[in-house]
Design a protein around this ligand. Structure first.
Ligand SMILES: N[C@@H](CCC(=O)N[C@@H](CS)C(=O)NCC(=O)O)C(=O)O
Length: 216
């Protein structure tokens, strides 16, 4: 089986890359330069017609959407126990959380940083961005309040933890005072101590450095 992960630095593709590293999967990371619009170029649109990362190509067949990719990796590498498949209640929690991230919190981020998707009329952008920020900030409060254990799903480390880290990075980028989120910070610190997460972050950087060096 060959696996290729299309990613972009600082993006939500980090969640999929952490999952691949946790699974000790053999995969090729391929960084796109989003600032150059590579996600909208024909060769990538042939992989994901929506022009978004992450995309995971499995033996030539692509899948996109973070929740789908995280599910695929968890099922493909069951020994890594990246989702609690034998616990329906916990699985419900895992999918509630991942669906909320993908359908609401990430969309709030897009309202701020990709406002052109929501209205062609620039006059209305300030309001759209303010609503996006409010969605994100109340979502961050919810993340903090709902921590019940060392990990997002309590005692079970899962792909949801890496996905949650994506939002932490974005919060820092937005200039949110992340020091107010103590339990979330503790989970993030535990996460960063995991060798797989360190490998994912290094690999994300390396893939980007290789691309920027090639372009320079
Ligand atoms: N629903 C998709 C969203 C993917 C997405 O929006 N990815 C962003 C990076 S975080 C992207 O590729 N943006 C490129 C663009 O908007 O042109 C998922 O959850 O994977």
């Amino acid at each position: 089986m060959t696996l290729t992960l299309y990613l972009a630095a600082g993006s939500c593709s980090l969640a999929s890359q952490i999952a691949l590293e946790e699974a000790q999967a053999s995969y090729e990371p391929r960084a796109l330069l989003m600032a150059d619009g590579e996600q909208k170029q024909a060769d990538f649109l042939a992989i994901n017609p929506r022009g978004r990362v992450p995309a995971l190509v499995i033996d030539g067949t692509p899948i996109s959407e973070t929740v789908a990719i995280l599910t695929y990796i968890s099922l493909r590498f069951p020994e890594a126990a990246l989702l609690p498949f034998d616990d329906p209640d916990l699985m419900g929690k895992a999918y509630e959380r991942m669906s909320w991230y993908a359908s609401s919190l990430h969309v709030g981020i897009a309202q701020m940083w990709r406002t052109e998707r929501f209205s062609a009329e620039e006059d209305g952008w300030t309001g759209i961005q303010a609503c996006g920020r409010a969605i994100v900030e109340s979502g961050f409060d919810e993340i903090e309040q709902r921590f019940e254990g060392p990990w997002v799903l309590g005692d079970h480390y899962s792909v949801v933890d890496g996905y949650t880290q994506v939002f932490w990075r974005w919060g820092e980028r937005m200039g949110v005072d992340m020091s107010q989120y103590r339990r979330w910070a503790a989970q993030g610190n535990r996460l960063l101590e995991r060798p797989a997460v360190a490998r994912a972050l290094a690999s994300e950087k390396q893939a980007l450095d290789a691309r920027t060096a090639a372009v320079a």
